[in-house]
Design a protein around this ligand. Sequence first.
Ligand code: ATP
Ligand code: MG
Length: 264
Amino acid sequence: MIKLSGIEKYFFAGTPNQVLALDNINLQIQRGDFLTVIGSNGAGKSTLLKAVAGVISVDAGSIKIDGLDVTAHPEYMRARDIGRIDQDPMASTAADLSIEENLAIAYLRGQKRGLARAVTSQRTGYFRDTLRNIGLGLEDRLKVPVGTLSGGQRQALALVMATIARPKLLLLDEHTAALDPKAARQVMEITERLVQQYKLTTLMITHNMEQALRFGNRLIMMHRGRVILDISAEEKGKLTVAALVDRFTSTSGTVFDDDRALLA
Ligand SMILES: Nc1ncnc2c1ncn2[C@@H]1O[C@H](COP(=O)(O)OP(=O)(O)OP(=O)(O)O)[C@@H](O)[C@H]1O
Ligand SMILES: [Mg+2]
């Protein structure tokens, strides 16, 4: 279980520009849960994921993964338990390295040091099988530099990399937002497949409300650093995008200001 208690995060603390980006976040995520996260611009969604990943430190509160308090652990120490992708296909993979080399780095990140020597044909076979599973034909292109792949292929590879060590938590920050609609659909299909296959506990930020309703078994909405809605799978199944926007308006007292969210 992932347990966030009383998380606060300030930017520019003590200055006139002070922002309370996370305002007393309390969240318990059960193993295997797939949460979609929506909210207005600047709501704190990315900050929340970065705080959980250890990319940024928090000013108050604690983060526990399966009972272990990781609040003080730097990002590299959490990397074994947490896979993370953001929206930039260039950021999650190394362009100059081959598909195989990228996968090897991701694989070794999840291993103890002593096992790092396993540069074997066995491992290549494992990579090939793992890539075949996502159905893009990348298993026949192991030696190709990742820089030659399309954005969708790179995000799909990033998903494989983020999940190859079977993390306790997968964090996705609008990972399909920079892709064309067809590639975005493909990457979402792969996301869903991997999450189900490996029973991954997942937090996925999306601007697309339709996506937020369709995927996952729980939906949270953030506004001004707080979680203002927490919707269960059962309730989510009955909601429409219009009803979700209404819920936002009535709960937050403001108009939903994100046009992108309403596009399918
Ligand atoms: N590195 C930073 N330095 C200063 N302020 C920041 C930083 N990162 C985020 N903020 C501020 O914290 C608040 C939350 O930002 P965050 O990026 O988490 O929002 P978001 O919900 O991801 O928004 P979007 O939908 O636009 O991606 C915003 O007011 C933002 O300006
Ligand atoms: Mg963001």
